[in-house]
Design a protein around this ligand. Structure first.
Ligand code: ARG
Length: 458
């Protein structure tokens, strides 16, 4: 088949090369952005008198027709036309003839693909941001219900000090909130319009780059033509932001998997969000959480792949860069697949408050508070630490919790412990005494939730 660039060739490309070279299988998804970009470019060419105004109008009309037909499923793209850019241009020329041949004036596929990808990814960022916002809302609504649900907090996966489930949820709120900030920041650098960079060295036509940028909703234009066509930092930055989103989802998933085990039994996934075993009748597996954890690996892989693809490419455009699309598209798709299912899984799971409380009570999570009690009665902290250490050793030997000691038992270790000790080391006191900003106390978490709500309504 005749190529749009066939002029200087005597022979047509081998079919295998056409298949190999073609990106239409995966870049067809940018058709909307490609058409939007071409419309702005054509309008600018007409306004600047670079092509006749009637031709510009015909092009715009033709492109709108193609857009409608693609959306209606009436257009079949061709492998031989290589990519979405040449497929659409070719269809345009078939439909409107002569005028269509003027569209590519002052433009290269190199700046065209840079434009399309930026626009496409900015649209995706908006969608992902919406999903992150939904996730944050879900976390808040769940946290509101659990400001008094005491659970053990861990370090080294060893019980450390009691917290509440709400406080734990609000830790993830912070992570996903930062993810939104990172995406917004990444978007800022993506928001530069590259058309006018040409193949690499700009163009001699008097293009109005600012007009095109404005038409397409960009805040500005790229500042260097070589960079304009060879920069894929925005792709890598996005892959990095998405990797971070996945890392957060994966950490939470890992906790939910752990908590679903018989050993923890802090939560139980809804039947609709778990699966069974083909052989073991008793099984209920947290597959959804596991798959999210598993999919994190592929997103990280895409980040590493993109960095590696870009690391040895001389300026400016090289065909290697066509390899940017599949990984970033898959990273975007994966995050968009995981976020909503994660949210629903959270909202439908059962939280087993009694098990969490029991978990918090075991494992001497109030040992620090017992030491603090002694400090308040005048003992230096280091000494109090040692005294309580001996009490914990005794407690392990006698298989009892610290708050199950009798007054006689307390007296063996210290003569300054009084009846008020029981209240001082109850789970409730341990949690609610930690009332600094950012702490787990009910009051502090309620403030965090209120602040979170205010942030989401901005
Ligand atoms: N399909 C190509 C890509 O994705 C478009 C740019 C091609 N430019 C070129 N000079 N071959 O990168």
């Amino acid at each position: 088949m005749a190529k749009l660039w066939g002029g200087r060739f005597q022979k047509s490309t081998d079919q295998k090369v056409d298949d190999f070279n073609s990106s239409i299988r995966f870049d067809a998804r940018m058709y909307r952005q490609d058409i939007r970009g071409s419309i702005a470019h054509a309008q600018m060419l007409g306004r600047q008198g670079i092509i006749p105004q009637e031709d510009a109008e015909q092009i715009v009309e033709g492109l709108n027709g193609i857009l409608a037909d693609i959306e209606a499923g009436k257009v079949a793209f061709e492998i031989d036309a290589e990519d979405i850019h040449m497929n659409i241009e070719k269809i345009l020329i078939e439909r409107i003839g002569e005028a269509g041949k003027r569209l590519h004036t002052g433009r290269s596929r190199n700046d065209q693909v840079a434009l399309d990808l930026r626009m496409y990814l900015m649209d995706e960022i908006a969608e992902i941001d919406g999903m992150l916002k939904d996730t944050l809302e879900a976390l808040l609504s769940l946290a509101e219900k659990h400001t008094e649900t005491v659970m053990p907090g861990y370090t080294h996966l060893q019980k450390a000090q009691p917290v509440t489930f709400a406080h734990h949820l609000m830790a993830y709120f912070e992570m996903f909130r930062r993810d939104r900030g990172r995406l917004a920041d990444c978007r800022k650098r993506m928001d530069s319009m590259p058309l006018g960079s040409g193949a690499l060295a700009g163009t001699t036509y008097p293009l109005d780059r600012e007009f095109v940028a404005e038409q397409l909703g960009f805040s500005g234009i790229t500042r260097n033509s070589l960079d304009g066509v060879s920069d894929r930092d925005f792709v890598i930055e996005l892959a990095s932001c998405l990797s971070m989103v996945m890392m957060h989802l994966s950490r939470f998933s890992e906790e939910l998997i752990l908590w679903s085990s018989h050993e923890f039994a802090f939560v139980e996934m809804d039947d609709a969000y778990s699966t069974g075993s083909s052989i073991m009748p008793q099984k209920k597996n947290p597959d959804v959480a596991e798959l999210i954890r598993g999919k994190t690996g592929r997103v990280y892989g895409h980040l590493m792949g993109l960095l590696t693809t870009m690391k040895g490419i001389p300026l400016a455009y090289n065909k290697d860069m066509q390899e940017d699309k599949e990984p970033i598209f898959d990273a975007v798709d994966t995050v968009k697949l995981c976020l909503p299912v994660f949210r629903e899984m959270l909202l439908t799971m059962t939280v087993k408050k009694e098990r969490m409380l029991k978990g918090a009570k075991g494992g001497f999570t109030n040992a620090t508070d017992l030491a603090d009690y002694l400090v308040k009665k005048g003992l230096p902290f280091r000494e109090a630490h040692a005294v309580v250490g001996r009490m914990v050793f005794y407690a392990i030997e006698h298989e009892k919790d610290l708050d199950a000691f009798s007054m006689e038992e307390f007296a063996k270790f210290s003569d300054i412990i009084a009846e008020d000790i029981y209240d001082a080391i109850s789970m409730e006191t341990c949690v609610n005494g930690r009332n600094l900003p950012g702490g787990p106390a009910k009051e502090a978490v309620e403030k965090a939730i209120a602040e979170g709500k205010a942030y989401l309504s901005r």
